[in-house]
Design a protein around this ligand. Structure first.
Ligand code: NDP
Length: 348
């Protein structure tokens, strides 16, 4: 792979450097090094709340950020109907509306937003080398990884059919819409238990659909589940499909699938929540960064710093715990501030 030479990387004041071509267009710097590879000071990967907040802060700090949107422009929130818990929106806002606002705000401060997916990376030495869509190569002094995480689904066609009208992978985001209604949570891990307990405080009844005859969750979470009167645990149950006219009205389940006493049954529910885990989108950087056992990028506690100087991770890709739009936005802000400090310290 071709690498940009550190010594050939321009600083904004070196516009006249003979070996380099740099143009200022509409407040954006485009640097090309001698290998004709574009070089940027701050490269942001991902367009969820973390990526766009990093872009706003980096833009206002004159880092001239370039942001690649990734496979799902706007991130996971674009699959959510209404967001009522993002501070500053007392009437709530749609997921797409919030992401449109963040996008516009990023553009206002000079962020160059582009289509494209990172297909490989080389973080072995600065400047860091990123390949987009297997063809475009770009180098950067600082890299903010805000690629998010993808909720796992069962793979049933009905999950798509009822997406946003009864199917959700985030109880904290959508649970409020199911006050005094019946819901089901799929999964037997700590996340499923947390989601079920959260929902039990809102919904009239919560079913937990657990495929094994036991929980995977920690004992303390199990105890909380068993001592919550409006939660029913359906061990050894799997979901075959969902039904309902204009939204989810129930789920078809099978108990002890493949056993001689296999039995099919329906439950009446208004909401169907998946809590079977998330896949952090970190694979493309995995070779260079420390990941936890699930694949979340490990950062220095309390900061977005990874073990590589100038490389930061923000939002869900580095957050196995909170996974909220506002926490992602906060860590995106921190990443941009750290990127600016790094560039200043290095005089880049
Ligand atoms: P886990 O991988 O721990 O659990 C996933 C659950 O989903 C399991 O019960 C699994 O079943 C089930 N599942 C997976 N695929 C399917 C499927 N296709 N159909 C039905 N069920 C399925 O993920 P979590 O998100 O719960 O937790 C991830 C990590 O984060 C864990 O280490 C957990 O301890 C931690 N965590 C900690 C919390 C805390 O400390 N408060 C809160 C939340 C998470 P099976 O067991 O049969 O494989």
């Amino acid at each position: 792979m071709k690498r940009a030479c550190r010594n050939n990387t321009p600083k904004p004041m070196e516009i006249g450097h003979a070996a380099l071509h740099m143009t200022l267009i509409k407040n954006k710097y485009y640097h090309m090094n001698t290998n004709n590879i574009e070089h940027v000071r701050c490269l942001i990967i991902g367009s969820g709340p973390a990526g766009f907040t990093a872009a706003i802060y980096a833009g206002r700090s004159n880092l001239f950020p370039v942001l690649y949107e990734g496979l799902q422009p706007g991130g996971q929130l674009t699959a959510t109907t209404e967001i009522e818990n993002f501070p500053g929106y007392p009437e709530g806002i749609s997921g797409n509306g919030l992401m449109d606002d963040l996008r516009k705000q990023s553009i206002k401060f000079g962020c160059d937003i582009r289509w494209g997916v990172v297909t490989s990376s080389d973080l072995s030495a600065a400047p860091y080398h990123i390949t987009i869509d297997e063809e475009k190569e770009i180098t950067c002094d600082t890299l903010i990884i805000a690629t998010g995480a993808t909720a796992k689904y069962l793979g049933l066609p009905d999950e798509k059919k009822y997406a946003g009208i009864g199917v959700s992978a985030c109880a904290t985001c959508d649970g409020f819409f199911y006050r005094k209604k019946k819901v089901a949570v799929v999964g037997g891990g700590d996340t499923a238990c947390e989601e079920a307990l959260y929902l039990a405080g809102l919904a009239s009844h919560v079913y937990m659909i657990v495929r094994k005859p036991f929980f995977r969750a920690t004992k303390i979470m199990q105890e909380r589940i068993f001592s919550t009167p409006n939660i029913t645990v359906l061990f050894e149950h799997e979901t075959l499909g969902l039904f309902g006219e204009n939204g989810v009205e129930g789920a078809h389940l099978v108990k002890r699938r493949g056993q001689p006493d296999e039995e099919e049954l329906d439950i009446e529910i208004d909401g169907f929540f998946l809590a079977i885990g998330h896949n952090p989108n970190s694979e493309v950087f995995a070779k260079y960064l420390d990941l936890d056992e699930t694949g979340y990028i490990k950062t220095i506690p309390g900061t977005p710093k990874t073990k590589i100087p100038g490389v930061f991770a923000a939002g869900d890709v580095a957050d196995p715990h909170y996974k909220q739009a506002i926490t992602a936005a906060g860590s995106g802000c921190a990443a941009a501030i750290e990127a600016e400090r790094y560039l200043s310290a290095k005089k880049l």
